[in-house]
Design a protein around this ligand. Structure first.
Ligand SMILES: [Zn+2]
Ligand SMILES: [Zn+2]
Length: 331
């Protein structure tokens, strides 16, 4: 989880053609990341909308005005694809599905994860256990909980019309786009790739100035899954990456090498910390980031440290012992 360095996202309130028959729009977000991209891809008739932005009035108004400026009606959106079920990517999905009558598509694993979250009162069911085991102080836990309460309206119990497992194709006016399952940032995250056009919609899997947050999930090795999914993308020919946040860019192979290197380095830093003295994930966050994190970023940081610890535990590098409910990690 590296924050954007320097360059701010160019905010425009109109759709821009980033490739023939592909329109991009940055929608505002009420947190540090500033904006999330949505894309319209021309179909034989109408458009495919990739991601939906966050469920806020400024985001809805930005999208509404941009559609109107292009002479587009809601019903021109025939299909909606969600790269993953994070609030900034799916928040307006229910609203846009109702306005457009579009078909909804996402990965099966992500649909299952969404069901878990919506059934858990619109929150991750294992959140309390994770905070307790990570040794998070009660006051900070309350501040993180307050953030989750504020984003709950983004999680709707959606009923996808099409569920992917990876490898399926979507026919567009630019030819077929292939679904690539890229677990790591979220378990059912998908990218969309055109072999003919060498265009990749990367969601949050590949973001130019940010390493995507890797979130721990029970029973899974999310860091290993993330690095494996990145390695599987090295062989793709990509001229244009259209990411979930920030500007279009290229150079996925160098980015993948740098990002995998970053996570190995992170593992070594964490190993160094627990080698010095046994400690909880919460204490490691302060050592690793060395700056005040907002409650939501502290939450991401804890889950990211846990994902690295899980990875190293499976390799036999670290282990843990119970200390009054909190887990102390040691070598
Ligand atoms: Zn995300
Ligand atoms: Zn995102």
């Amino acid at each position: 989880m590296r924050q954007p360095e320097g360059r701010a996202t160019i905010m425009t309130s109109e759709f821009r053609e980033v490739y023939p028959d592909i329109l991009a729009l940055a929608l505002p977000l009420p947190f540090e990341l500033q904006s999330v991209n949505v894309y319209l891809v021309a179909l034989g008739e109408g458009y495919l909308l990739i991601d939906c932005g966050m469920n806020t009035e400024p985001a809805f108004e930005t999208l509404r005005a941009a559609m109107e400026a292009r002479g587009l009606a809601w019903t021109d959106i025939r299909q909606i694809l969600l790269t993953h079920m994070h609030p900034d990517h799916m928040g307006m999905a229910a609203r846009l599905l109702e306005l457009s009558g579009a078909q909804l598509a996402m990965h099966q694993v992500e649909a299952d994860h969404l069901k878990l979250v919506t059934n858990g009162g619109r929150r991750i069911p294992w959140l309390d256990d994770v905070y307790r085991q990570a040794g998070v102080p009660a006051a900070l836990e309350q501040r993180m909980e307050a953030h989750f309460f504020s984003v709950r309206k983004n999680f709707d119990d959606l009923k996808p019309n099409r569920l992917f497992s990876g490898g399926e194709k979507i026919e567009t006016a630019l030819g077929p786009f292939e679904i690539i399952w890229t677990s790591g940032h979220s378990p059912g995250h998908i990218c969309l790739y055109s072999r003919d056009r060498k265009v990749l919609f990367s969601g949050d899997q590949i973001l130019e100035y940010i390493t995507p947050n890797i979130s721990w999930h029970p029973g899974r090795d999310m860091l290993a899954e993330f690095m494996e999914s990145l390695e599987s993308m090295v062989s793709l020919d990509v001229d244009l990456i259209l990411p979930g946040h920030g500007e279009p860019f290229s150079g996925h192979r160098a980015w993948i090498a740098a990002t995998i290197g970053h996570h190995h380095q992170r593992c070594d830093e964490i190993f160094g910390l627990v080698h010095k003295s046994p400690q909880t994930a919460h204490r490691m966050v302060a050592e690793l980031w060395r700056r005040q994190l907002s409650p939501i970023n502290h939450h991401f940081a804890i889950f990211e440290v846990l994902a690295h610890l899980e990875y190293m535990q499976r390799l036999g590098r670290v282990t843990h012992r119970d200390d009054n409910g909190a887990l102390e990690w040691h070598v």
